[in-house]
Design a protein around this ligand. Structure first.
Ligand code: ARG
Ligand code: ZN
Length: 884
């Protein structure tokens, strides 16, 4: 059933207080709930009270201590409806029975490695008890948990522990009380054999907060980075937004079976263990960075999500877009701002742009959904974060802060919509943002065309912009967007020309001299076409457009290759230096793809080689910046730019360029490896991470030469590595080339790490995303490996999801890749619909390929939708993919 934003109705009943009592057992769990129900219209007319409930057995139901008679309620597969409840505040008591040990969906209450845990967002609470499972029902909760003391010595829930004690038969109980009102999706419970790393944080107001990170005993040593990250996040939020923690206790629990990354339950965050546990030996720089970002993210939700929450699930980006933006800023401040920005923009382009151009394209605030779980998307999260970033670009740092302050002042304790955030930003700064809200309602990536001209007589420079938003499913015609364009103008020496004023629609706009960034002006595009004219420009400038990627759009400008080489060498905006290199690389790849199709010999433009060379040898540049600048755009990014996506030609051209660069710059790459080794103990900081990234990027280039000398070098790197970053990257470099070395070393690595769950996940993905020919057979074999488990989402994402990342193997001409994915989706759907639906997304863009691939992929989608008993999750993705 499809649900629409326009159909939102206020609830007829509010819940003010919820007391839960869990009796956890080995074959069943009993849940008693006692709810104070307040009719919105106290004393008015009676409305039915509809409670959600799935996969749970109703034991009893009472109103004001009286058993409700059978004729006074209705029970179906998904609801419990009370026909005419009292019209004044009453107490509702419901008992249910559930079977967490059989719950493979990992939603609601389930078991992971012998421990109980919960995941309630978005709609998992209804798998625990009958409830109005919607975020605008906010209540204060208590939670009593009763369980066997030896099996479940630790019993956790939200808020403060107010009582605990022993019971008969080796059982014990605890009572938790959460003083803050919350929607049920923030409820959490954990029970099991866990130990904690303890620390404290003193808030700026002097409150001492106990911090605890819970894991099985053997993993405690791997939690120090997570604790460091948590403390850094708490401090950052105080310094940056004036936001302090609001309870005396903050818990984080790591579990190995988790559908997503992590969950911000009030004072009891539950994490996928891959985003908590790290040691230098078992985790790499990427893992350390993700942990920092996600620990920050979930912590920041305490204000942006929990204190101010969403009115309904269509508003998801209100909390997720904002919180992603906050975690991005946090990571920037903890490391390198430019590098973080480049990584985030690349990710957006690689994932969100293609989502936005496909059958699942939806606005940051979707208009409808069948299954909310399908809308935890890169559009809601990442494009949503870009929308928040645009407010900051438009208002400046101080203006943005004023908007945030007003947002909390107005809405603390409320469940609100995206308009409320917009209004706070607007009102705090007294600005007119005209059509900015269309960022929430229009899907599709806008394309902005820019043409420039210089008039030497009048010393004026004109930039003409036109914008177009492509049609998307259900939205054939689009309005113009409000697009902030941060521009700089470079003179022939490469310096920024100060911009003091410009004409827009014949109106002179002066830039306040106080603004520190007079070298960058932020233009406001609001129409389909418009022109900006800059005066007193002494020579024809080179424009640096969309500095720091000021809007999530595609840009098509009339700049020449020479202009881009100039920007690459000179732009004061480091993001745009990287961008200029990427534009050149994309153009180069597309022209080589044309040559490849025409069977012309491939020749690499020497300007490109020398561009890469000068980056590689420029000791003034940040090393991580260099490694990002010398990396080629991804296959999926390039395929997106083709009329008919052709994975084979993209692969051929990418491989050709890599190898050619390795041949021509072998000396430089070797020097890079040599100069960036270190014998010091692993340290996760920007300097060391940058050094390792650059070294290992060079190593991957060298490996493409596939000669004996390089083989020896990389083997040596592998064997001498003292941390997972160096070891794994050497392994990746070796595993590019098929052969005995590859097999031996993969085996060696497995033997070494078979008891480390998180390393095994890496080992699986390393093999699944490989481009070596015919890899589908290896991946199928790995399904039967003892290291694999179809019920563990991380393993599925590594092996099956990872496979889809190899465009040559996933899109194999014979359809073997599609067939494999089709089979896996159906198997997974029976166990865990959310995981299955993430995997089926890989088939959604079938129309981008040639006819024979289209037919093969379509056949799999058809097979999937016509399967009996398919979940709504998979049905939504597969049917929308076929319909578009
Ligand atoms: N709110 C979580 C976050 O921090 C994501 C939870 C998503 N869960 C789900 N079952 N869809 O991003
Ligand atoms: Zn989040």
């Amino acid at each position: 059933k499809e649900i629409f934003l326009k159909d939102y109705k206020m609830p007829d009943y509010y819940f003010s207080k919820v007391d839960l009592n869990f009796i956890l057992g080995e074959d069943k769990t009993i849940v008693h709930s006692k709810i104070i129900v307040c009719p919105r219209d106290e004393g008015g007319t009676s409305h039915p009270l509809i409670l959600n409930g799935i996969d749970i057995k109703l034991l009893s139901i009472k109103i004001d201590e009286n058993q409700v008679k059978e004729e006074d309620y209705k029970l179906d597969l998904r609801h419990l409806t009370l026909q005419s409840p009292p019209t004044n505040t009453f107490t509702l008591e419901i008992s249910t029975e559930l079977y967490p040990q059989k719950n493979t969906s990992l939603m609601g209450l389930y078991k992971s490695s012998g421990n109980f845990c919960t995941q309630c967002e978005a709609e998992g609470f209804r798998k625990i008890t009958f409830f109005q499972d919607r975020p605008d029902i906010m209540a204060s909760y208590t939670c009593r948990i009763e369980a066997d003391k030896s099996l479940y010595p630790v019993l956790l829930s939200n808020g403060n522990l107010i009582e605990q004690g022993d019971l008969e038969d080796g059982k014990h109980y605890v009572l938790w009380e959460d003083p803050h009102q919350k929607p049920c999706y923030l409820f959490a419970l954990v029970a099991g054999q866990l130990e904690s790393r303890d620390d404290t944080f003193t808030t700026s107001t002097g409150k001492n907060v106990s911090l605890r990170i819970w894991t099985p005993a053997r993993d405690i040593s791997k939690t120090s980075h997570a604790m460091y990250s948590l403390k850094a996040a708490m401090k950052w939020d105080e310094e940056t937004f004036g936001l302090s923690y609001d309870l005396d206790l903050f818990n984080i629990v790591a579990v190995p079976d988790f559908n997503m990354g992590a969950m911000e339950n009030k004072s009891l965050n539950i994490f996928n263990s891959r985003l908590v546990l790290a040691s230098p030996e078992t985790a790499n720089d990427g893992d350390y960075a993700s942990i920092l970002g996600v620990i920050g993210h979930e912590y920041f939700h305490n204000w942006t999500g929990n204190r101010v929450t969403c009115r309904d699930w269509f508003q998801l980006s209100l909390k997720e877009g904002l919180t992603v933006f906050r975690d991005q800023e946090f990571s920037s401040d903890m490391g390198s701002r430019t590098v973080k920005r480049i990584a985030d923009v690349s990710y957006l382009r690689n994932t969100q742009f293609s989502e936005d151009a496909g059958p699942m394209s939806h606005p940051v605030r979707p208009h409808s959904y069948i299954k909310m779980d399908n809308f935890y998307t890169v559009t809601v999260y990442r494009k949503g974060a870009e929308v928040v970033r645009m407010y900051k670009t438009l208002l400046g740092k101080d203006g943005f802060r004023k908007g945030m302050d007003l947002y909390f002042k107005r809405h603390d304790g409320q469940a609100v919509t995206c308009e409320e955030f917009f209004a706070a930003m607007r009102d705090a700064n007294d600005v007119d943002f005209s059509n900015f809200l269309s960022w929430y309602s229009q899907a599709g990536t806008p394309c902005v065309k820019v043409t420039s001209s210089y008039n030497s007589k009048t010393c004026s420079y004109s930039l003409k912009f036109s914008q177009e938003v492509p049609p998307t499913p259900g939205q054939p015609i689009k309005e113009a967007m409000f697009i902030p364009v941060a521009v700089g103008l470079l003179d022939s020496s490469g310096k920024d020309i100060p911009i003091t004023s410009f004409y827009h629609d014949k109106v002179l706009q002066t830039i306040a001299s106080s603004s520190q960034l007079s070298s960058t002006a932020v233009l406001h595009l609001t129409k389909k076409e418009e022109e900006f004219i800059f005066c007193n420009i002494p020579e024809r400038p080179i424009p640096s457009l969309f500095r720091n990627y000021s809007a999530p759009v595609r840009v098509d400008s009339d700049l020449t290759d020479d202009d881009y080489y100039f920007l690459l060498a000179n732009d004061s905006d480091e993001f745009n230096r990287w961008e200029a290199g990427q534009v050149l690389a994309r153009k180069l790849m597309l022209s080589l793809i044309t040559d490849f199709h025409q069977k012309k010999p491939l020749i690499l433009n020497p300007n490109f080689v020398s561009g890469i060379k000068s980056m590689l040898c420029d000791s003034r540049l940040d090393k991580e910046f260099i490694s990002m600048a010398i990396r080629l755009p991804s296959s999926s990014e390039v395929m997106d730019l083709m009329k008919v996506a052709d994975p084979d030609s993209v692969y051929a051209v990418r491989t050709f360029i890599r190898k050619e660069l390795a041949l021509q710059l072998k000396e430089q790459f070797l020097m890079t490896v040599k100069n960036n080794r270190s014998t010091e103990a692993y340290k996760f900081d920007h300097h060391n991470k940058a050094r390792r990234t650059l070294k290992n990027t060079a190593l991957v280039y060298l490996a493409s030469l596939n000669d004996l000398e390089m083989r020896d070098l990389i083997m040596q790197e592998y064997h001498s590595a003292t941390n997972m970053t160096d070891q794994f990257d050497a392994l990746v470099a070796i595993a590019q080339n098929s052969g005995k070395d590859r097999d031996d070393i993969l085996e060696d690595f497995y033997k070494k790490w078979q008891h480390e769950y998180l390393v095994i996940i890496k080992w699986l993905s390393l093999q699944s995303f490989s481009d070596i020919p015919g890899n589908v057979a290896n991946v199928r074999n790995l399904l039967n490996h003892s290291a694999f488990d179809l019920r563990n989402p991380n393993k599925v994402y590594s092996l099956i999801g990872g496979f889809c990342a190899s465009s040559v193997n996933f899109h194999a001409k014979d359809g073997s890749g599609y067939e494999f994915i089709g089979e896996m989706v159906l198997q997974l759907d029976k166990l865990n619909p959310q995981v299955a639906s993430r995997i089926v997304k890989s088939l959604s863009r079938w129309k981008r390929y040639d006819e024979s691939r289209q037919a093969l992929a379509k056949a799999q989608l058809q097979k999937i939708v016509s399967t009996n008993g398919l979940s709504e999750n998979v049905y939504e993705i597969a049917s929308k993919s076929l319909a578009a």
